[in-house]
Design a protein around this ligand. Structure first.
Ligand code: MN
Ligand code: MN
Length: 439
């Protein structure tokens, strides 16, 4: 390592003279500059010159005892508003090491596609590259405005964030389902099934869509306008009986999101469908009137997957509410990655992956969080109001492992051999799974 000496002496001088310690060279050992700085600072204080990542874990005691020597002074430029919003991103807890990849993005960093009837923007694999399982779209429709009749390759899960909408979806057997959706209600449209969304009276609506393909794009959907505009008019005449002059009046380009008159009431639309109305499959789920799956002093969890919402065969969700100071306990999910949407409040999450890589970030409303498959994580409400967020999974069945429950199942000798603590201390931990732990 030709640069070791330079870095060590630089750190030593930084520790002595309180100069900023910026390490801008590539990092062949996979340590982030921040964690390396902490370690190098500790090693320098201890008079050591060890720098390998293996030594990092081996000399944990040294590192911890060197914490008082850390110097976080930063006399150069800084983005103060960003630091105020996400302090953990820049100054992580000392337990963060390595680089497990990005875990945070925000819809408020993505450009809105503005249309006459509303807008849309998205956080996909393009914005958050490790998120291969799911992608999200945040959309607004003013009163009466439509998201044009369309279909796509991915399954679509949705939650209403504000206002009300009317949704429609048709099955291959020709039966159509129409329903009205309010705040905290859900819908699920399987791939290929044509559907529409329309903002209702008052403020219209805003909602979050989640697709079971990380690379999904809201611009890459099949639209009824484009299907008709790109079919030769003589075929339209044979297929629909519409003349060339009538074909000319069809939209020449996509409508996508556009203003329209408010619909008739829901009963009238269902009367219109008559026997063609789908009554067997429920494509909407009224989460607004669902009792919590878990209710604790620190908050609530509602789990919605194919067990209680049978049509949602490939996307499972948990809506979590945490009171100030409460945590979503340390856990992991055994099947897939987790994609989060933060609805309200403020919190902090750490993910811990294999090889001890760990990353902590702060989150606010309209942010997206990502947890790699199998990675351990917790979420803490660090704000003064309730925190509400969604855990989303590309699976039909929600599942998680509680670390506390696992420890509780370990026979005494097994637990002591691994944790190196007195048994009385080990058993002080909760002996059951508690998805939410109070402050
Ligand atoms: Mn859609
Ligand atoms: Mn989770």
């Amino acid at each position: 390592m030709p640069d070791q000496k330079t870095k060590t002496s630089k750190s030593m001088s930084a520790a002595g003279a309180a100069e900023p310690d910026t390490l801008e060279q590539p990092d062949p050992e996979g340590l982030s500059p921040i964690s390396r700085r902490s370690f190098v600072g500790a090693a320098a204080l201890a008079g050591a010159t060890i720098l390998s990542p293996m030594a990092l874990t081996q000399s944990r005691q040294q590192t911890l005892s060197g914490r008082q020597g850390d110097n976080a002074s930063d006399p150069g430029p800084e983005n103060a508003p960003l630091l105020a919003m996400n302090h953990s991103a820049n100054t992580p807890p000392f337990t963060d090491t390595g680089n497990p990849g990005p875990v945070w993005y925000s819809f408020d960093l993505t450009p809105k596609r503005l249309e006459g009837g509303g807008w849309t923007h998205q956080v996909t694999e393009r914005e958050l590259p490790p998120s291969k399982d799911l992608a999200g779209v945040n959309m607004r429709l003013t009163a009466g405005s439509f998201r044009e009749l369309h279909w796509h390759l991915a399954d679509e899960w949705a939650i209403m964030l504000a206002g009300k909408a009317r949704v429609s979806v048709m099955q291959p057997d020709g039966k159509m389902f129409i329903d009205d959706i309010g705040v905290n209600d859900l819908w699920y449209f399987p791939a290929g099934m044509p559907h529409s969304i329309q903002g209702l009276e008052g403020e219209g609506c805003e909602f979050l869509l989640v697709f079971d393909q990380g690379a999904f794009s809201e611009d890459d959907t099949f639209l009824i306008s484009e299907l008709l505009a790109h079919t030769p008019p003589e075929i339209i005449e044979k297929n629909m009986g519409w003349t060339r002059q009538e074909w000319d009046q069809l939209p020449a380009t996509q409508l996508y999101i556009f203003p329209a008159d408010l619909p008739d009431n829901l009963n009238a639309d269902n009367r219109f469908l008559g026997s063609n109305r789908e009554t067997q499959t429920q494509f909407t789920f009224k989460m607004s009137s669902m009792a919590p799956t878990v209710k604790a002093t620190g908050g609530e969890v509602r789990i919605i997957d194919s067990k209680n919402f049978p049509v949602s065969t490939n996307i499972a969700a948990a809506q979590v509410t945490l009171k100030p100071g409460a945590i979503r306990e340390l856990h992991w999910h055994p099947n897939v990655s987790e994609w989060q949407y933060w609805i309200k409040g403020k919190g902090r999450m750490t993910i811990v992956t294999a090889e001890g890589k760990a990353r902590t970030m702060d989150f606010n409303a309209n942010d997206v969080g990502f947890v790699p498959a199998m990675a351990g994580h917790y979420i803490e409400n660090t704000g003064n109001e309730d925190l509400v967020f969604l855990e989303m999974f590309k699976t039909g069945h929600y599942a998680d492992f509680s670390v506390n429950e696992w420890i509780a199942r370990m026979p005494d000798r097994m637990a002591q051999a691994h944790l190196k603590l007195p048994l009385s201390v080990i058993r002080r931990a909760p002996q059951t799974k508690n998805p939410i732990l109070p402050k």
